[in-house]
Design a protein around this ligand. Structure first.
Ligand code: ZN
Ligand code: ZN
Length: 91
């Protein structure tokens, strides 16, 4: 694994974690297992469950959650499903 000297900044190869002396300046660098730059993206945050209305597709019967929209396309077959979040007045 390649580590970078904390004194002179030169990179050199080491067999693994431990204490290794820099071949350039002689400074002993302590190399950890999880040391150095890690190019791993952090895990995504947990998805919060929103109290969104759930509708069922009239074509294929697929049930899915929709937002505040009047008509949402079915993610299964693409048929526009009327959500009807607007208040319906009788009369
Ligand atoms: Zn060095
Ligand atoms: Zn559908």
């Amino acid at each position: 694994m390649i580590v970078r000297c904390g004194r002179c900044g030169s990179g050199f190869d080491v067999p693994g974690p431990g204490r290794h002396a820099c071949p350039n300046c002689g400074t002993v660098n302590e190399v950890g297992a999880a040391s150095g730059p890690i190019s791993t993206a952090p895990p995504p945050p947990p998805v919060q469950e929103d109290p969104s209305p759930r509708v069922s597709c009239a074509n294929c019967g697929f049930s899915f959650i929709v937002g505040k929209v009047e008509v949402a396309p079915c993610p299964n077959c693409g048929t526009p499903v009327t959500v009807g979040v607007t208040e319906e007045g009788d009369g």
